[in-house]
Design a protein around this ligand. Structure first.
Ligand SMILES: [Zn+2]
Length: 475
């Protein structure tokens, strides 16, 4: 079955070409109402700080699972989810579970996650599950462990992002899960994963300790799920926040390694069943798991910009991640996947724009063959039709490397751009009939026009150019 591509689904990505914008204006324009995420988080910051102050106050007695202070925190989060306009799943916002702690197998402890969701605009896209644990370790020796950074901070970030997403719906459904029992062994996360969620979960974004650091905020998990990395690489720096990958490689015995955080917070329960995750968090600090992890010690500028950074990541995932399970790439495909620019491979508009960008440029420069390689599947083909000296039609089929040859610098300027596009889709296969014009300078008078026939494949995470053809004797 061939259906025409609903191109408006992809209309939100910045940097689409002028020609593409013209054709997109025919679509629904589902993004027109989206408010600026950074401005929203700034406008929400006073409220977020008040929430952080409350959740880390002595009256909540360290929010230990099964105790009254934890229940107060839970009620507060339910009210915030309701006020944000999140919808409750079957059974309501409060999702109880029970477990037996490892250290005392004679006891059964009652916990409860708080779960709400914002429906997506594309029912087939699946769900992104955002998580943060709200429990902490309680009172020890008469001292309240307030857990302002661990993890009142992530809980408030979750609520602030919920307020944004309800106002500006995403393509994916977004599930907001404030999890209980993390400090007792990821209990709430395990219960959530065991219960399951209707529809496919495309990613788990977990936040645990996001409110204090000189600069570094880690995005951990791309060692296991490299397909997520390009989306995070596209995030610009916000305020003091420097995003860094790491803390996700298994430690090798006898080799001094970095601390592996893969199973150190709730993302571990998602990873255990193969759901891709990114965990946002800071390095352990002097107040980690001490009674001094207080509201007064968090850094408001870092905290607010950390929320902006996580939200930017969520929005990038929303545009780029598909609704079907990813297909494992070849080894060289994995390399290309990691090196590709997120904006080049996240959408059809992005990959077609890049397809022309890489060959365009002034005299004296070569085509950007390395970038072009990240667009193409490792086994991609290039076919050029022509006529021989006797007038007989011929076709020459080659690899991308064969097409470029020695990729010598251009003798003259060469600029090529798309002038029209006809797109047809069947499943994850797309054919793009892409008309183009060629000039000696950018925006110059075309000296040639033609058509590229481009076959694309979507692997659930990104687009690939599988092959393309043009007829050198036409036009
Ligand atoms: Zn924590």
């Amino acid at each position: 079955m061939i259906i025409s591509l609903r191109r408006f689904e992809w209309a939100c990505r910045a940097g689409v070409s002028g020609a593409a914008i013209v054709s997109l204006s025919l679509g629904v324009g589902g993004c027109a109402g989206r408010s600026d995420p950074d401005a929203f988080v700034a406008s929400d910051s006073t409220r977020a700080m008040e929430e952080l102050r409350f959740l880390s106050s002595d009256s909540l007695e360290g929010r230990r699972t099964g105790e009254p202070g934890n229940a107060m925190a839970r009620d507060f989060i339910v009210a915030a989810f309701r006020d944000a306009g999140l919808q409750a799943p079957e059974g309501g916002f409060v999702q109880p579970f029970e477990f037996t702690p490892r250290r005392d197998t004679t006891r059964v402890i009652q916990g409860a996650n708080v779960v709400g969701y914002a429906p997506g605009t594309d029912p087939a896209a699946g769900a992104m599950v955002l998580t943060a644990h709200f429990d902490h370790v309680g009172v020890r020796d008469g001292e309240v462990y307030n857990g302002a950074d661990d993890n009142a901070s992530g809980t408030v970030a979750l609520m602030s992002i919920a307020r944004y997403v309800v106002k500006s719906p995403l393509r994916h459904s977004v599930v907001f899960a404030a999890l209980d029992g993390e400090e007792m062994g990821l209990q709430g996360a395990r219960a959530f994963v065991a219960a399951g969620w209707p529809g496919n979960i495309v990613v788990n974004v977990n936040m645990d300790m996001v409110a204090r650091s000189d600069s570094l905020l880690f995005a951990s998990g791309t060692y296991h799920y490299p397909q997520l990395r390009p989306f995070l690489q596209s995030i610009e720096r916000r305020g003091p926040v420097v995003l860094r990958f790491g803390h996700d490689q298994p430690e090798v015995e006898g080799v001094e390694g970095e601390d592996d955080w893969t199973n150190s917070s709730d993302q571990g329960a998602f990873h255990a069943v193969g759901i891709p995750f990114v965990y946002f968090g800071v390095e352990d600090h002097e107040d980690y798991h001490r009674p001094t992890d207080d509201f007064e010690r968090i850094d408001p500028a870092f905290f607010i910009n950390a929320i902006r950074t996580v939200l930017a990541g969520v929005l990038a995932f929303d545009e780029g991640l598909g609704g079907v399970p990813s297909v494992a790439g070849t080894e060289s495909g994995e390399v290309a996947r990691q090196q590709a620019r997120a904006e080049d491979v996240a959408t059809i508009d992005g990959i077609i724009k890049a397809y022309y960008d890489v060959v365009s440029g002034p005299a004296g420069e070569s085509a950007d063959m390395e970038r072009d390689r990240t667009l193409h599947h490792p086994a991609a083909w290039v076919a050029i039709a022509n006529v021989d000296s006797a007038g007989k039609p011929v076709v020459n089929v080659m690899t991308l490397d064969g097409y470029y040859g020695d990729n010598a610098p251009r003798a003259e300027g060469f600029w090529e751009w798309e002038t029209d596009r006809v797109t047809q889709r069947s499943g994850n296969m797309v054919h793009v009939w892409s008309s183009y014009a060629t000039a000696r300078e950018q925006g110059g008078e075309p000296y040639a026009r033609g058509v590229n026939s481009i076959t694309l494949f979507y692997d659930g995470e990104r687009w690939w150019v599988m092959g393309w053809m043009f007829d050198g004797s036409a036009g």
